[in-house]
Design a binder for this molecule. Sequence first.
Ligand SMILES: [Ca+2]
Ligand SMILES: [Ca+2]
Ligand SMILES: [Ca+2]
Ligand SMILES: [Ca+2]
Length: 503
Amino acid sequence: MPVLSQRRRLAIATGIALVAGAVAAPAGHAAAPSSAPAAQPSAQAASAPSSKRLRDDFNGDGYPDVAVGAPMATVGGSEGAGAVSVLFGGPGGLSSARKQVLTWPDRSGINNPGDARYGMTLRSADLDGDGYADLVSRLWGTTTDGDQGTVLAVNWGGASGLSKNVTILKPVPGDQRDATGDLDVGDVDGDGIPDIAVGDVRRGGHVLHGPVSRTGEWSRVSSFTVDGTAVLDTSEIAVGDVTGDGVGDLVILGFGRDDPWQQHTYLLKGSRTGFAAPVEIKDADGVGVGGTAVGIADLDKDGRGDIVIGRGSEWSGQDTPVKKGGALFISYGGPEGQSTTRKPVWINQDTEGVSGTAEFHDRMGYSLALGDTDGDGYPDIATGLPHEKINGIADAGRVLVFKGGPKGVSGAGSKEFGQYTAGVPGAAEAGDQFGQALALGDYDGKGRTEMVVGAPTENSSRGALWIFGTDATGVIAKGSVSFGAATIGAPTGPSRFGETLTD
Ligand SMILES: [Ca+2]
Ligand SMILES: [Ca+2]
Ligand SMILES: [Ca+2]
Ligand SMILES: [Ca+2]
């Protein structure tokens, strides 16, 4: 399956986590555990972190921050070494002026800076419990002790931002050769401390239980499996409390054992004693589902996290009408995984109220972000259609935003944005793939989540970011700004700046 393996290597992993117990918190800004474990002091920690303990606040000032990956950046002459930039939140929101550029200068611990792809997968959580969010990266590594494959690496948060140097986590047990899929961070064992769940493309995956020490040691490791189900390999992972018991559950997307084109999604209910047996998530017709992105948020505020899957993958033009051009699939949470009172839904561009027309290869759902854009307390969904044709311009790209509410999500009130939208900087050009990466965060701390959009192939794969503000209606085009890597002093050239974002 060369297409799949290529996608895995290069694609954005856009799973979004709500950690356990955070269902009532603003989506995307789950509070870190209140009972933080004893932490090793941060070398940079000159002041105490904010009591808000946000999972994406790297400098601990009480405002969320966003990390931006440029996995093809050239560093020290090595193309594809990768770089990560951080934009810091604050009372004025995100800007190109408050930033940090990380290039992992010494690359200690790996032998292959030339294709490490630092920044190809990014997640944030306070792994060591010191109150500052830390950044977890997945990259391709040939470690100096000989292992080859996926490496998990951490930049540590502190009062002045993330540490310049990176700690490589102790390897995941088992075959390291191309064996680790997506990852997400959340508390799946109910101790209030974030854990790292990593998929194994062959067997399920592993949980690295927190806290994680500054030397890269996790507390213990456990494995999960979907053996006995129809899944062969794990492609996407999200952690969130779907069942409403206060402990994070694991949602795994994968491809079929018998039919590699048939995707499946399983829920593994988390608990203090480990995961329950996998339960397959199915659509209203009883058919298995899957996709390119997954996130969990309580869209209808019934106390149970709802699973949002972006089905941005299209293998052929044979998709059913509800999946044509890509789609969102929403499974409302219930005590056993899926609500028995609210049916799961598919939404695509042919759904009433959604702008545009579903066409093969739009790839709606390729990227996802969840957050409350209009401040009504219900999380909303932003999704990218990076291959949407705009006025005949191929692969220009578009973003759609859907509103959460007491009845769940429909096409009603959805919004669309692209470089063609009045008030948005830039011009829709062929191959921009606007919307390949998305993040929603309340970066200005005013109660609504602003939107960050990445278009890594903009301007011959130099890439660019857009930042959208909000009003009471949600995300707005007016006042949006855009900039590329050069503006913030990140490595220039075809770095694919904006290919990944923390969310
Ligand atoms: Ca911050
Ligand atoms: Ca930390
Ligand atoms: Ca719900
Ligand atoms: Ca909302």
